[in-house]
Write a protein that binds this ligand. Sequence first.
Ligand code: FE
Ligand code: ZN
Length: 496
Amino acid sequence: MDKKEISRKASENGLLLSSAALERIADEGLDCEAIFRKAKESGEWFVKPELVDEEAKSKAPVCEGAAESVKGEGRPPACDMPSRLVIYEDSDVSGKSTCSGTIEDFVGYFNARYENLRRVLLERAEYRSAMNIDALRKGSPKEKARIIAMVREKREGKNKGNRFLEVEDQTGELTVLLSDKSEAMGGVWDRVLPDEVLGFEGVLRGDLFIASEVNQPDIPLNHVRRYADEDVYAVFLSDVHVGSYLFLEKEFQSFIEWLNGRGSRQDIAWRVKYVFVAGDLVDGIGIYPGQEKELTMPDVVKQYEFLSMLLSEIPPHIEVVLSMGNHDAVRNAEPQPKVARDLALRLYEMPNVHVVGNPIRLSAHGVEFLIYHGTSLDTIIGGISGCSYSRPETAMVELLKRRHLAPTYGSDSLSPENRDYMFIDDVPDVFHCGHVHTNGYTLYRGVNVINSGTWQAKTAYQERLGHQPTPALVPVMNLQNHEVTMLDFNGDGRGD
Ligand code: FE
Ligand code: ZN
């Protein structure tokens, strides 16, 4: 089986292959199906060389030198591919923030949020006849009805097992009882978050709506994926944290070297046309108490300047998109506008670098991307059982199901704009986050869900919380067939 075939099989199984694992499976002719089965059984999404080791024990020794450093020669094909990058300006809050903190801002924001999510639910045939709460009360139909409402509160009744949701729409409020039947549909109660918009099917009995079915807006099952028409790659980065004494400069340098055709997998490096960075470009200053002791550069302008120096080594035919995170020198509340020009002048002056807000929508070679730093993943991981810091992709899927990047207003630091920038409107082909400093990957209803990890070694804070960061692992995606490969720039930094 050749490498293409092996990668295709991996992606069919929702798995990522490390490039070293791929080389070994191909070179040693190992049974990839058995390896993938084993990976899935042990709940892994990333096939590491260790997994291949087990399979290879009975086989011939490793073919050494497969990933030997190669000095780039010739001309990268990506040089001759015209850039096809479209950054959707309307998805970027930069320069457009309307929020002044008035009560009208909040009302306007909540209305926009509700209307957007309601529209998604109305696309489902069964919700076309959904009633508003006022009409439901007035009509008090005997038979089943459907409503679309925002959750205000979760509450458990005195009688054990009675679970209520206080919900509302623009016309009124209602108490919903989650019946055993709706509970049977996958533990709805455990997953409901305050402020999320849900569809309910059930019957009205007096003042109580007894729900038999609960639906999230979700990604439609018929989402049609878009592919590039040529062999071209995008690279995903996040949480670079330049300025932190834990920034892995050497590893980051080997990544840049790799983009220049020095290292293994030159076949990929030379077809890279896009590098996307999902925020936390720098470590910032004053982000948490005592941070100054952990900085090598206690000046944010210097931090951005150093980043621009590193990025200036990226070949100019590669487009670099820099989005923001909670460590960047912009407001904390999301959506975040891009960093001011005078704080990051050098970055603004680079012709192949695009500084944008967070979140951001863009299209590259016809493939649609949603890039979001991921601050709300903390709320999701803390609030939904089954989501953890070691598997950020599961929390990212929860955002997709809610079609919203910050489902809980109170926990996530949000700015009530007159438009809901956090709403996931058109379904992307790739959903890219960072923030948790751990790589993750899954395929959810045709959407490639990628968390791009970090370039910062484990901080004291992460040590205390028991988090395991996965620095210097870089997901790259072939936009022609959506195959994602993980490159490892740890150790000798060969990119395998
Ligand atoms: Fe970070
Ligand atoms: Zn962050």
